[in-house]
Design a protein around this ligand. Sequence first.
Ligand code: SF4
Length: 162
Amino acid sequence: MKAKILVSACLLGQPVRYNGRAMTLESELLESWKTQGMVVPLCPEVAAGLATPRPPAEIEPEESAESVVGGQARIFDANGEDVTEPFLQGARIALDTARAHGCGYALLTDGSPSCGSSFIYSGRHDGVRRQGQGVTASMLSRAGIKVFAQHQIRELGALLSS
Ligand code: SF4
C-alpha cells in the first residue's frame, strides 16, 4: 500500500496563509506523490474556521507548542487576540484527518505557529525566529507521525523509497 502524507495546503498552491497567499512548493517529488494519490491536503487554521487573510499569530515568548497543547501557554495574533482555541482545534482536526487517511508522514510549512517543525517566531511579532514547533506539528509528532518541513522533502523522499 502507498504511504500517505498529510501536506500543508499552502505548499500545494492553496492561498490560505495569513496573508492570503500560497507558499507553493515546486517539487517533482511532490508532483509524483500527488499523481500517486499519496497526498492529503489540509490547512489546520482554515479547517478550524479562521478567516483568510487573518492577522499573523505566534506562540507567546519563551513558550513551546507542547505548553500550548498542555494548557500552560497561549497563542496571540498581532492584534493581541487570544487565538489559542482555534489553533488547537486545527491541530486536532489535522490529527483526526491524518488518522482517518492512514498518514504516517506529514510535510508541513516551517515557521508557522501551526505547521512549523524546525522553527517558529519569537512571540513578539518582531520577525525574529527561534527553534520550535507549531501546535499541529507537535501534536502529529507526539502521535507518532513523522513530520518534515518543506525544505526536508528529499529526506522524506529517501525514507519513502528505502
Ligand atoms: S496553517 Fe499550515 S497549511 Fe495553513 S496556511 Fe499556515 S502553514 Fe499553511
